[in-house]
Design a protein around this ligand. Structure first.
Ligand code: ATP
Ligand code: MG
Length: 603
């Protein structure tokens, strides 16, 4: 396969991109699709070779810390060796075949990364899930994905056991824990002792079905003194076709039940090079920290494929809860050069006194994605850190669709320009391309050639998959427009657009205006029924603590006046309601559909 090797050969990963202009960057992006491609073998193992030959900076491949001050660093060689052992456990102890499905629900522990690579090596299909899932969510995921194996921890194992009998495909369970659990293989122990000898595979298999935990304990105690580095790490990576399914990601579920999105080995394994090179601007000298939860495609984007394809170090902090001060301290203490986080995180970070208390010595590039980031946040971040936030736009279904790239002028509030991976256009209801300035559906051209970097289908949902196609385009479900300079502007999810008195109003612009008012901590704007206008703009507002005791009627008038002055007056919220907090997805996105449903039910 030529593509990633070409990246290495031309040393294209070695220097920051900094293209003088956007067109030269697009020209530079040429990746052919090889017939066979496996990220573990074709990317990670190549970095190991470079590392051994001293042709790569001495950065680790993986750097993990936790709040107790524990730290773990792996070179590419160590990552390779450990992930091969893990791969053997999947094939032998868990009896998994290529194509079998593995649900992985772990917090940010090193084993999560090993599992990712082990699945690649064995050709098993990875399905990540967030640790915040409830028993009901786990059942939904296990059943709908027909998973054959689950890997999780002590906290979630009881929930799995409670529903396992309803999941007919589930035949093996691996726990990442210091303790053994009946009916589960213990990953840590298996890593220590398994595969010293082929005969151990039989022993290990019996553990998984063991009814006697005392037998397991006896074997474990006998063998626990063995250092796992002595265990065999010999494993031959499967030869996967580029278009074989590599992983299934659940969408965030912002607009309904999460959808299962299938990606091939090339769609993310190769496609995400576009994120790594251009948006994240990574080189092998970089240390990249992405804070997103391990359950989302965003982790595959920025905590696995994009940094490693560039040979950069994946940094992670096992923070059980979101703590702004821990994030700020970590950025100060460790040599993190590239930071990626969600808009809500930046919003909370800028509320801290960053300038006086923290100094980010190494940080040079900050990015955000997942939701629009409001200009007031980017401005505060710039004032406090001297750094811009390079917003990116994409979906679980895609790699980066639009982004702001280094060397390109940032227009605050814009998602930037199309990523080199896609031809992005604004299209109308018939699939015709609309001219600059006109709002329409954001589409990606898929005919005559479907670009890689795009999902193949929603699993077991052909009608949903078909509904995303219109004319020559994949329709993202988001509305936007392109300005005359080729910058894309997000208007709203198609479902969130408000139609009032013949006007189409996107909630984002109204929320931007609201958020600029000093009393507003957060806001969400949705349609609300109105006997004359059909629907009107309604704002749900979370007040800053200082304003909670103010006269609410007066405050509503002030806020309405402020929006009328800040944006086109027809967009101002005719209805305003103060609430304690906004309904959010687990990943922190505002669920406008929930607020909208509530509004329309109360007619
Ligand atoms: P579901 O599809 O289940 O409703 P979701 O669309 O939120 O959930 P994701 O794939 O995680 O699931 O999110 C992609 C969506 O997030 C995009 O379609 C878009 O609506 C929004 N998004 C991502 N980045 C941006 C951005 N920079 N600006 C505006 N919206 C963004
Ligand atoms: Mg979506």
């Amino acid at each position: 396969f030529g593509s990633v090797r070409a990246l290495h050969k031309d040393n294209r990963t070695a220097t920051p991109q900094n293209f003088s202009n956007y067109e030269s960057m697009k020209q530079d992006f040429k990746l052919g699709i090889p017939e066979y491609f496996n990220f573990a073998k074709d990317v990670l193992d190549q970095w190991t070779d470079k590392e051994k030959a001293g042709k790569k900076p001495s950065n680790p491949a993986f750097w993990w810390i936790n709040r107790n001050g524990e730290e773990m660093r792996w070179s590419f060689e160590e990552l390779g060796s450990l992930s091969r052992k893990f791969a053997n456990i999947l094939s032998e102890a868990c009896s998994l075949q290529r194509g079998d499905r593995v649900i992985l629900i772990l917090p940010r522990v090193p084993e999560w990364w090993l599992a990712n690579v082990a699945c690649l090596r064995t050709g098993t299909v990875l399905i990540p899930g967030t640790t915040q899932l409830t028993q009901k969510d786990i059942l939904y995921r296990l059943q709908s994905s027909k998973a054959n194996c689950i890997i999780t921890n002590d906290v979630l194992a009881p929930a799995v056991d409670a529903v396992a009998s309803k999941c007919e495909n589930l035949h093996s369970k691996l726990i990442v824990s210091e303790n053994s659990r009946e009916g589960w293989g213990n990953l840590k122990e298996l890593m220590k002792v398994f595969l010293c000898h082929p005969g151990w595979s039989t022993v290990a298999r019996s553990w998984l079905t063991a009814t006697s935990t005392s037998l397991v304990q006896a074997i474990l105690s006998l063998l626990s003194s063995w250092d796992y580095r002595h265990a065999s790490d010999s494993h031959t990576c499967v030869k996967t076709k580029h278009n074989e399914i590599m992983a299934i990601f659940f969408t965030s579920g912002t607009s309904g039940y999460p959808k299962m999105t299938a990606h091939t080995h090339s769609s993310f394994g190769l496609g995400l090079s576009v994120n790594g090179r251009f948006w994240l601007d990574l080189t092998p000298s970089d240390v990249m920290w992405n804070t997103s939860d391990t359950g989302w495609a965003k982790s595959a984007w920025s905590s696995v494929f994009s940094p490693w394809i560039q040979g950069a170090c994946v940094f992670t902090h096992h923070l059980p809860r979101f703590e702004p001060t821990s994030i700020l301290q970590t950025l100060s203490k460790y040599p993190i050069t590239v930071f990626c986080s969600a808009p809500t995180v930046y919003r909370m970070l800028v509320q801290n006194d960053i300038t006086r208390s923290y100094k980010f010595k190494s940080l040079k590039h900050c990015v955000s994605a997942g939701e629009p980031i409001t200009p007031d946040v980017t401005e505060k971040w710039r004032n406090k850190t001297g750094l811009d936030i390079y917003e990116g736009y994409g979906q679980t279904e895609t790699v980066l669709i639009c982004g702001n790239f280094k060397g390109m002028k940032i227009k605050p509030g814009s998602m930037g320009k199309p990523s080199p991976a896609f031809d992005v256009k604004i299209v109308d209801v018939n699939g015709n391309v609309l001219p600059p300035g006109q709002e329409g559906d954001i589409g990606i051209q898929v005919l005559p050639n479907r670009p890689f970097g795009l999902f193949t289908h929603y699993v077991d949902n052909p009608s949903k998959t078909a509904s995303t196609l219109r004319g020559n385009f994949y329709i993202t479900g988001d509305r936007g427009y392109m300005d005359k300079d080729g910058y894309f502007w997000f208007v709203a999810r198609a479902d969130d657009v408000i139609l009032s008195s013949g006007y189409r109003i996107g909630p984002f612009e109204v929320e931007n205006a609201l958020n600029e008012h000093p009393s507003v901590a957060e806001s969400a704007v949705v349609s609300s029924p109105d006997p004359i206008r059909g629907e009107v703009v309604k704002a749900f507002v979370v007040l800053n603590p200082d304003y909670k005791s103010h006269d609410q009627e007066q405050l509503i008038k002030e806020i309405q006046e402020h929006v009328k002055k800040t944006t086109a007056p027809y967009k101002y919220p005719r209805k305003v309601e103060f609430i304690q907090e906004l309904p959010k997805t687990i990943s922190g996105k505002t669920k406008r559909n929930e607020l909208r449903k509530k509004e329309w039910k109360t007619i």
